[in-house]
Write a protein that binds this ligand. Structure first.
Ligand SMILES: Cc1cc2nc3c(=O)[nH]c(=O)nc-3n(C[C@H](O)[C@H](O)[C@H](O)COP(=O)(O)OP(=O)(O)OC[C@H]3O[C@@H](n4cnc5c(N)ncnc54)[C@H](O)[C@@H]3O)c2cc1C
Length: 472
């Protein structure tokens, strides 16, 4: 019997550790021969939401999901739990490339996506520890406040002034006792979720709809009508590729998406009096406006789950189990948490983990359909995928069902007109350019933050360097 090759063991994340056995979705072992009308590669949220809506829209179709490791093994099961309305492109860029109306439609669709997620969780009776507390984005220096004010002005310009509010120092401090507050932006558009409960919950709902989920089985290469795996070949009419940060491991796709590691820590549950002093009532997710992104949430069981970018990019887009933890990053993230909330200094760190997220060269998430080969590719969220996966799953389902039901250009789906449906990004540069460019960008972001912290002035030079190297 052949042995499947997985990505490695699951990291011991807070979410993995607090997922009850009864909440886990049980996959089935792969047994040849397997044929399906639609095969989804990847049992993360993109693949699972796609299967969920496909099963609704095409009840007679046979649908299979395969995963190299198992449900929720990837970023979907181990992220920061921000189901936000964020997208990597931003309104100004969307306006520049697709026009103002499209930018507004996409942002509105993202706001609506949070309602849709809550609707499904309610309908399927999935308890994913959800609270709609919004997001609190702090400005902790004058340059950060200036950037935040610009951001709010941009939202206002697009008609979202009521959705994104600028708070002065006092109003910000009422919400959260973070150090050095100059002000903050608040938006109600974010759900704090338990990512593993969400992903396994959606997977169980998908199983109930008659979809088969196989794991572990790894797709090695894709050709029209077939997926060659480490355990045999699958014949299928449509392939939905939802492999995100792991895409570089598939034949001929090494440069399609760069895996960039994001790392997290979790504290022990904190006492109520400490939370009373900190605030963050209703559990808004939080970050600040530095260049090297940090993100956090107050969990349903009273901990901080807190993470940050800045881990090294590994030569050749390598992904290895030992990259899921990093002592230097753990220390840096811990220090960043203490800097924001000094009272956490004595709190024990119970978990440290991380994982790769997918970054396309143009820094824009996309759903692309290539009807000649039957391949639909969805992803490229640059670390903002938790709720976007739901929107993308609905788009994937609409694309395939339109074609199967022969709706042609008379599609009923507004979603197919959103500016995320379109061509894939150009490929990343070959090594060593990729390694040099990405790690230089990472370093520039750290220097920009340090220089702003020391000088109190906006580090336009290093900030611009980061954008130039990494963004587009
Ligand atoms: C530490 C961390 C924190 C994050 N925090 C947030 C956050 O707070 N909010 C937010 O919006 N986003 C966050 N993200 C990003 C977000 O989690 C992702 O954008 C989202 O989960 C992507 O979902 P996905 O299903 O496309 O990919 P994944 O969840 O990565 O799923 C891909 C799946 O494909 C499988 N796979 C890959 N290759 C193959 C193959 N060849 N054959 C078979 N199976 C394969 C993998 O095993 C995996 O299960 C974070 C990411 C990380 C790593």
């Amino acid at each position: 019997m052949r042995t499947p090759s997985t990505h490695g063991a699951r990291p011991r994340s807070l979410w993995e550790d607090t997922l009850a056995a009864t909440e886990r979705c049980a996959e089935q072992p792969f047994e040849e021969p397997i044929a399906a009308d639609i095969t989804v590669i990847g049992a993360g949220l993109t693949g699972l939401w796609s299967a969920y809506y496909l099963a609704d829209q095409l009840p007679d179709a046979s649908i299979a999901v395969i995963d190299a490791a198992g449900v929720g093994f990837g970023a979907s099961g181990r992220n920061g739990g921000w189901a936000s309305a964020l997208l990597p492109m931003g309104l100004k860029r969307l306006e520049r490339e697709h026009g103002r109306d499209s930018a507004i439609e996409l942002q509105t669709a993202m706001h609506d996506t949070l309602d849709e997620i809550e609707r499904v969780l309610d309908h399927e009776q999935i308890d994913a520890g959800v609270e709609r507390g919004g997001t609190f984005t702090a400005a902790r220096s004058a340059p950060q406040f200036e950037r935040l004010s610009h951001e709010v002005t941009t939202y206002q310009r697009f008609g979202f002034g009521n959705d994104y509010t600028l708070l002065d120092r006092h109003a910000a401090a009422d919400m959260c006792a973070m150090t050095d507050l100059e002000g903050a932006m608040y938006t109600p558009h974010c759900l704090a979720v338990h990512p593993a409960k969400l992903t396994h919950g959606v997977a169980r709902a998908v199983l109930r709809k008659g979809v088969r989920i196989y794991a572990p089985v790894r797709a090695l290469s894709i050709r029209p009508g077939f997926i060659d795996t480490d355990l045999g070949t699958i014949s299928t009419k449509y392939i939905v590729q939802a492999t995100e940060g792991y895409t570089s491991q598939i034949a001929n796709q090494h440069r399609n998406m760069v895996p960039l590691y994001s790392m997290m820590i979790a504290t022990e549950p904190l006492p109520d009096d400490m939370w009373a002093a900190i605030g963050l009532n209703n559990r808004p997710t939080f970050d600040d406006t530095r260049h090297l992104i940090i993100y956090g949430q107050r969990t349903a069981d009273g901990r901080f789950a807190f993470g940050g970018r800045g881990a090294p990019y590994h030569f050749g887009s390598a992904i290895r189990q030992n990259f899921d933890t990093n002592a230097t990053m753990k220390e840096r993230i811990h220090q960043a948490l203490i800097e924001l909330f000094p009272v956490t200094k004595e709190a024990a760190i119970t978990h440290h983990w991380g994982g790769p997220l997918g970054i396309p060269r143009n820094w824009a998430c996309t759903v692309n359909a290539d009807w000649k080969s039957g391949l639909i590719t969805a992803g490229g969220y640059v670390g903002d995928g938790v709720s976007a996966t739901n929107l993308f799953g609905r788009i994937v389902a609409d694309l395939i069902s339109d074609r199967e039901l022969d709706r042609g250009t008379h599609t009923q789906s507004e979603l197919l007109r959103l500016p995320v449906v379109g061509p894939l990004s150009r490929r990343w540069e070959p090594e060593p350019i990729r390694w040099i460019g990405i790690n230089a960008g990472r370093l520039a972001a750290r220097i920009a933050d340090k220089s702003e912290h020391q000088s109190g002035k906006d580090s336009r030079f290093w900030g611009g360097f980061v954008d130039g190297l990494l963004r587009r």
